[in-house]
Design a protein around this ligand. Structure first.
Ligand code: ZN
Length: 150
């Protein structure tokens, strides 16, 4: 990436690592999942509250891990909060495409907004699992039919 983008990427990662958004446990989640990346030691709990219209009313995560995993989780929750479940599923798919595929569609790049900043992680293949962990957890949570009880 260009030097300016790289600097922005680092600033955003550091900011979200230091001050993660939606870093909380939800009292009455409708969906829950637990994501672990043993390679790095990243370990997060993800809570979702989906309303009757299928909109993600609230979202929270808690846990520990490296700066990449934590900032990715923070950015994800910020971006997903308030969106319908189907849209969240689509964004997840596009984000994973951007981070894991060699050729990425323009549609995917345009659909993930400022999350595109995390594309820089691709240059460090071992960290890709850190950046994608919370997104896999999001997929699990969206498919959690136990009503947040596990
Ligand atoms: Zn990590």
């Amino acid at each position: 990436p260009e030097p300016r983008l790289e600097k922005l990427y680092q600033d955003v990662i550091l900011d979200h690592n230091r001050n993660p958004r939606n870093y909380k446990v939800l009292e009455n989640p409708t969906q829950y999942s637990h994501g672990v990346n043993p390679l790095c030691g990243d370990d997060y709990h993800l809570y979702l509250k989906v309303d009757g219209q299928g909109k993600i009313e609230d979202i929270g995560f808690q846990g520990s891990g490296c700066a990449i995993s934590k900032s990715s989780a923070s950015l994800m929750t910020q971006f997903i909060k308030g969106k319908p479940v189907e849209e969240a599923e689509k964004i997840k798919k596009y984000f994973l495409e951007v981070l894991t595929k060699e050729t990425v569609s323009q549609e995917a790049k345009e659909s993930i907004g400022r999350l595109i900043l995390l594309e820089g992680v691709k240059e460090f293949p071992v960290r890709v699992k850190c950046a994608t962990l919370i997104w896999h957890a999001l997929g699990d949570a969206l498919n959690d039919t136990k009503g947040g009880k596990s």
